[in-house]
Design a protein around this ligand. Structure first.
Ligand code: AMP
Ligand code: MN
Ligand code: MN
Ligand code: MN
Length: 279
């Protein structure tokens, strides 16, 4: 176990989590988390409530965000940690990224309608705690509700992943902008769950190199999306590119996540944890 139980990536109802920010913080404290970052998708709305609850409980809290990025032909997620939530360029940039979500959601609903699934927009919105932030996770919960699939995992296999009938292409922020907004707001930039991206070894190297060049700080090595082999592979890449390492559950809710808050694997001891640079 790392000396500190840090969990630097999770979601609340401000994006596609199922617990409110206060509930996320209380659950983290109950799970023995010592240092928590709330990192909702493209959104800072949950941070004040989370920070206030953390202060009440005496839990160390880091304001964060997970920014959606288009790079090559992939969607990547870049985490910002320790950002100033009042930074104007960050607020404006995130508003622009969120602004694209409504039209995308309408296009997803239209694609689902073509295969006979009606009412998906209204259905997804019923699950969205923040109407400005409709995510595929909300569509997934609606599709499970109507019995299209048994669970959220199967929905992504059959409907919402690229190449499936409910998937639409979308252009998010650029990597340059996302890292720039995070660094400009005094934060540390972290590549989220790299094991999820469909990139060749050469492309992954180009990504890490470019990220480093832009001022990127760290990579999620231990995270809910990684198996043991991926943890070791991304630990190697962190060493190769001189990046710090992060530890993250990517918790979305008790029924929606493979691992709970604070339960990611420990980091390999030779890596520099990104939290050594927080506060
Ligand atoms: P979006 O940002 O709207 O494209 O939605 C992405 C979100 O969908 C992720 O943050 C996850 O919460 C969820 N998601 C994506 N792929 C999967 C999957 N294979 N299984 C379960 N949830 C997924
Ligand atoms: Mn999500
Ligand atoms: Mn993500
Ligand atoms: Mn996430």
């Amino acid at each position: 176990m790392n000396a500190l139980n840090a969990d630097l990536h999770c979601h609340s109802t401000a994006s596609d989590g199922t617990l409110t920010p206060a509930e996320v913080v209380r659950r983290a404290a109950a799970n023995g988390v010592d240092l928590l970052a709330l990192t909702d998708h493209d959104e800072l709305l949950g941070l004040p409530e989370a920070a206030a609850t953390a202060a009440e409980l005496g839990l160390r809290f880091v304001p964060g965000v997970e920014i959606s990025v288009s790079w090559l032909d992939q969607t990547l997620h870049i985490i910002g940690l320790g950002i100033d939530p009042s930074n104007a360029a960050l607020i404006e940039g995130l508003a622009k990224v969120r602004g694209g979500r409504d039209g995308r959601a309408a296009r997803i609903a239209a694609e689902l309608e073509r295969i006979g699934i009606r009412g998906a927009m209204e259905g997804a919105l019923r699950y969205a705690g923040n109407p400005a932030l409709v995510s595929r996770a909300h569509f997934a919960r609606f599709l499970v509700e109507i019995g299209a699939s048994r669970n959220v995992h199967d929905v992504f296999l059959h409907y919402l992943a690229r190449g499936k009938p409910g998937y639409v292409e979308h252009v998010w922020a650029t990597l340059e902008d996302a890292v720039g907004w995070i660094k400009g707001a005094g934060g540390l930039a972290v590549i989220a769950h790299p094991g999820r991206y469909r990139l060749s070894h050469a492309e992954m190297d180009i990504l890490f190199d470019r990220f480093r060049e832009l001022g990127g700080d760290a990579v999620e090595v231990a995270c809910g999306a990684h198996d043991g082999g991926q943890l070791l592979a991304f630990a190697r890449l962190a060493r190769k590119f001189g990046l710090m390492a992060s530890r993250a559950s990517d918790f979305h809710g008790p029924e929606d996540s493979p691992i709970d808050l604070g339960r990611a694997d420990p980091l390999p001891p030779d890596l520099t944890p990104v939290w050594t640079r927080l506060n």
